[in-house]
Design a protein around this ligand. Structure first.
Ligand SMILES: Cc1ncc(C[n+]2csc(CCOP(=O)(O)OP(=O)(O)O)c2C)c(N)n1
Ligand SMILES: [Mg+2]
Length: 690
């Protein structure tokens, strides 16, 4: 058969595998794979520099399917291209990432062919997608990372990193705000390594986009500073390739290719309708559609002879040659630039360089103290000097978050300065978090920062960091009512508990400057978990660690900070963050009255919950029932640590607009109040506690 026939055969194989998988599962999204099979075919078999034998080769082109509901496109192409599996330790396993059997069991338990693309569950998936807009926003982080890596590592004759990033999206992705934030920044940064392909099919779930989405996408992207190309026939693979060639020649700006397509292409009664989006075609329609493709009507999960070989001769051969060439080049690079090569190795395995934690500050005892954000700024600057690939920035709050990297040579990442370590996200929290994910997927160590209250604006992407098991870092300052006069709009209440609810996310609210240092020490060593730091705006006393326990206890989530002489407490005071010092003061007051109180510093529930029962019981002895938690956040959930007979001092309402001291008085965050609560718990109701 001629090449073109094999091309058509390969495209129809992607289509029919997708149709059959959805049919078999009785759920899924057939229409978009049917429409975009030619696009995915073209990118993969004609363009992508990607070796199916090694889907984590560092210089591979990235392909992100942002319209994740069309996941069958990925599963089909992974299978046909023969993408091999790797494990969490980055070992190449040699077997297929996606078998035909997986596809037959699409959306079933333990099948690799899951409903939406899941990073690290399925080798070959570059980013978890499904929440629309996230994939393309994440791709901007990947593009920033490529530019940064090229600047740091490439040397004349050694293009260690010269890959491109392709992301496919639909109407939904482009309607989402996060896409606009990310596209605006990508345009500003002139990321010419980034190509989005927009599936312009005029259909979403509720029907025609004429009811919701009538903006001029081309003009919008032109105004962002993108190059805008149009391919008016999604079946014309030569024109698709032509547009991609044009992208590769375009310098100084990202490219969007607007691809006019027909959802459910080939289905006589469902093409161009919303019905093709998210339900099986139905047996009769499957038959006539297959007939329209010139496919045997009865065949199911058919991969015609020669199709796998066709992919092997295309992406297989091209990818293998590219990787071989790169591997040889990298060997020479290693000989010439051994330190840089070691960096690449370490980054790829998410290892830290030797001496990553040297010179971390130790803060002396100081009753006036240091703000959490200040301490964090100092730590970030040390870490970034020790770890060359540690970078990040804020959503326009750098001076306030204290996240600016100010050491010599830190610099800004901009279009003309690709090696800068300070990213300026602008006031785009959602895209910031998605971009941090993209940086992290590219094996850089990245952080993003804003006020804690605006973590809500970033939350969907933080959730994906956890789902993807990325060691992303989110630095959130102004973690309680410390910005008193700004009022309730700026005062987090439910943010802590809502972030604690995200599985796998480490949430840390350190109580003094040395706890901030220890929090970073802990976080930096995470390889597969994201972390949120909630830091104070206002100075917090730096505790005297000769008198109280070492801040190293942070690594266990909670630890006994202070005990009565000889131990054996009758009441336990538990606090995090800015309430730690007030609990310490309450402890001192109680001690003066002969009451035996223990102070437990609990910066992280998540970490504490993962300690042994024995350790947890040693911190919170089951027999001590009188327990009080003090935290300027929602009271929700603290019952699990204070028990039924304990007391929770927290927030049940929004805050208020007043100087911090007044708010602390109004809401009961004062040492005498905590001491009174302790006495009441111990049976001294006359203590005056209300
Ligand atoms: C953030 C988010 N909101 C809603 C959905 C549910 N959803 C999945 S697909 C879809 C319609 C998407 O339309 P489009 O992107 O045009 O995809 P097409 O049907 O054309 O493939 C919606 C609303 C989602 N996955 N993510
Ligand atoms: Mg659409």
């Amino acid at each position: 058969m001629e090449t073109t026939n094999f091309e058509q055969l390969a495209i129809n194989t992607i289509r029919t595998l997708s149709i059959d998988a959805v049919e078999q599962a009785k759920s899924g999204h057939p229409g978009t794979p049917m429409a975009l099979a030619p696009l995915v075919y073209t990118i993969w078999n004609r363009v992508l520099s990607f070796d199916p034998e090694d889907p984590i080769w560092p210089n591979r082109d990235r392909f992100v399917l942002s319209n994740g509901h069309a996941s069958m496109l990925l599963w089909s192409i992974f299978h046909l291209a023969g993408v091999k599996a790797v494990n969490a330790d980055y070992e190449r396993l040699g077997h297929l990432s996606m078998t035909l059997d997986d596809i037959r069991r699409f959306r079933q338990l333990d099948s690799k062919a899951v409903g939406h693309p899941e990073y690290h569950w399925v080798s070959g998936v570059e980013a978890t997608t499904g929440p629309l807009g996230q994939g393309i926003a994440t791709s901007v982080g990947m593009a920033i990372a490529q530019k940064w890596l090229a600047q740091r590592h490439n040397r004349p004759g050694f293009d260690v990193f010269d890959y491109s990033i392709y992301a496919v999206c639909g109407d939904g992705c482009l309607m989402e705000g996060v896409a606009s934030e990310a596209a605006s920044l990508a345009g500003h940064l002139g990321l010419d390594n980034l190509c989005w392909i927009y599936d312009n099919n005029h259909i979403t779930i509720e029907g025609s986009t004429s009811i919701t989405f009538t903006e001029d996408v081309a003009t919008r992207f032109l105004s962002y500073g993108w190059d805008v190309l149009r391919v008016s026939d999604a079946n014309d693979i030569d024109r698709i390739q032509g547009a991609i060639d044009m992208f590769r020649r375009t310098k100084g700006r990202p490219t969007i290719i607007i691809l006019d397509s027909h959802i459910g292409y080939g289905s006589p009664s469902k093409q161009d309708t919303a019905a093709a989006h998210g339900e099986p075609l139905g047996d009769a329609e499957v038959r006539i559609t297959k007939k329209a493709y010139g496919w045997p009507e009865d065949a199911k999960f058919l991969v015609p002879d020669g199709v796998r070989e066709h992919f092997a001769a295309g992406i297989g051969a091209r990818g293998a040659a590219a990787r071989k060439k790169w591997t040889e080049m990298f060997a020479a690079y290693r000989a010439k630039f051994p330190d840089l090569a070691t960096e690449v190795d370490q980054m790829q395995c998410r290892e830290l360089p030797k001496g990553w934690d040297c010179n971390l500050p130790v803060f002396p005892a100081d009753p006036k103290g240091v703000a959490g954000r200040e301490a964090s700024g100092k730590v970030l600057n040390v870490l970034a000097q020790n770890i060359p690939w540690f970078l990040g920035g804020s959503a326009d709050l750098g001076p306030s978050n204290k996240t600016t990297l100010s050491f010599d040579g830190a610099g800004d990442f901009q279009a003309g300065t690709r090696g800068g370590r300070n990213l300026h996200f602008g006031i785009r929290e959602h895209a910031m978090a998605a971009i941090v994910n993209g940086l992290s997927l590219s094996k850089l160590r990245a952080f993003g920062a804003t006020f804690f209250i605006f973590s809500d604006y970033a939350r969907p992407a933080i959730r994906l960091s956890a789902l993807m098991e990325l060691p992303a870092i989110f630095v959130f300052t102004h973690e309680a009512m410390g910005d008193g006069e700004d009022g309730p709009t700026h005062q987090p209440v439910e943010q802590l508990i809502s972030l604690r609810a995200i599985p796998g996310l480490v949430t840390l609210r350190p109580g003094d400057a040395n706890e901030v240092v220890e929090a970073y020490r802990y976080i930096m060593q995470l390889r597969h978990q994201p972390a949120v730091l909630a830091l104070s705006r206002q100075p917090l006393p730096t505790l005297d660690r000769k008198k109280y326990a070492s801040a190293a206890g942070v690594a266990r989530g909670a630890y006994v900070l202070a005990d009565p002489p000889g131990g054996n407490p009758e009441v336990i005071l538990i606090a995090s963050g800015s309430e730690l010092c007030l609990v310490v003061e309450a402890h001192e007051r109680l001690a003066a009255e002969g009451i035996r109180a223990r102070v437990v510093s609990m910066p992280s529930w998540d970490i504490f919950d993962h300690q042994t029962q024995e350790y947890r019981d040693s911190v919170l002895p089951p027999k001590v029932k009188a327990r009080i938690s003090v935290e300027q956040g929602s009271t929700l959930g603290w019952e699990r640590y204070v028990g039924e007979s304990g007391r929770i001092i927290g927030m049940k309402t929004f805050g208020g607009s007043a100087p911090l001291k007044e708010l602390q008085r109004k809401f009961g965050f004062e040492p005498h109040h905590v001491a009174a609560a302790a006495k009441e718990l111990l049976g001294n109701p006359e203590s005056g506690f209300q």
